[in-house]
Design a protein around this ligand. Structure first.
Ligand code: PEP
Length: 250
């Protein structure tokens, strides 16, 4: 099996106006272009209103564009929602689905995540499906069972390494400054890899990212963990220097 290429994905969440997004994306695109051959793929996921301007600004660059959610339908009476085809129209290649903030703020279920991922696949998008336990679930010894259940419910039929990325994001580590230990990450990523068998056509080739307070200071150690195929980065993705330092630590 070919080695899995690392993916460094920036989740901008609900941050930034047009000028900020253009500055950040153009800066990163410039660094990527100047770096020549690199050992990672880099992705930015701005808020919906910034997808078109940022997509236009980085068009033709190796910096990829993604969104933070999509609807499961192509069009219709779904006020406030955005469909997968609208994302590809803006230049997106990826979409983050089932982030814990959406599962919490919008009560998104595994079944909804699976339906969105299936719709994203149909449109040619790579779905980054997020899973992860809460602190209470970890303390109760339920982390493996919770993540296995989320994977079972959230990965749609037809998932492959080409159209699906998994992001393990322990909820207690997101935006808190707390990071899972390399040993905990290694154990969970091995668990996820084993659980992917039967749920994807080519489980050994699927990229499994770690997310949760990844910073320049801890990235190298986390990215070196077995079965960690990149990072989903929130806060540190909003500063070009920090995001670049994380990517180049691979
Ligand atoms: C995230 O939002 O996916 C995330 C991992 O955030 P942070 O890096 O800020 O913890």
């Amino acid at each position: 099996m070919a080695a899995r290429r690392k993916l460094i994905a920036g989740n901008w969440k609900m941050n930034g106006l047009k000028a900020d997004g253009l500055d950040l994306a153009s800066d990163l695109a410039g660094r990527l272009a100047g770096a020549g051959a690199v050992a990672f793929d880099m992705l930015v996921c701005p808020p919906f209103p910034l997808l078109f301007p940022v997509g236009d600004a980085i068009s033709g660059s190796p910096l990829a564009l993604g969104a933070q959610d999509c609807h499961a339908k192509t069009s219709g009476a779904h006020t406030g929602d955005v469909s997968p085809v609208m994302l590809t129209d803006a230049g997106c290649r990826y979409v983050i689905l089932g982030h814990s903030e959406r599962r919490a703020d919008h009560a998104e279920s595994d079944a909804q995540v699976a339906a969105k991922a299936a719709a994203a696949h149909k449109e040619g998008l790579v779905a980054i499906i997020c899973v992860g336990e809460t602190e209470a679930q970890r303390d109760a010894g339920q982390a493996n069972a919770v993540v296995a259940s989320q994977l079972k419910g959230s990965i749609p039929e037809g998932a492959t390494a080409a159209n699906t990325v998994i992001a393990y994001e322990p909820v207690w580590a997101i935006g808190t400054g707390k990071t899972a230990t390399p040993d905990d990450v290694k154990a969970m990523h091995a668990h996820i890899r084993a659980e992917l068998a039967g749920k994807t056509a080519d489980p050994d080739a699927v990229r499994v990212l770690y997310g949760g307070s990844v910073k320049p200071g801890n990235a190298a150690e986390l990215m070196a963990v077995e079965n960690v195929d990149g990072a989903l980065v929130g806060g540190a993705a909003l500063k070009a220097d920090d995001f670049w330092a994380i990517a180049t630590s691979c």
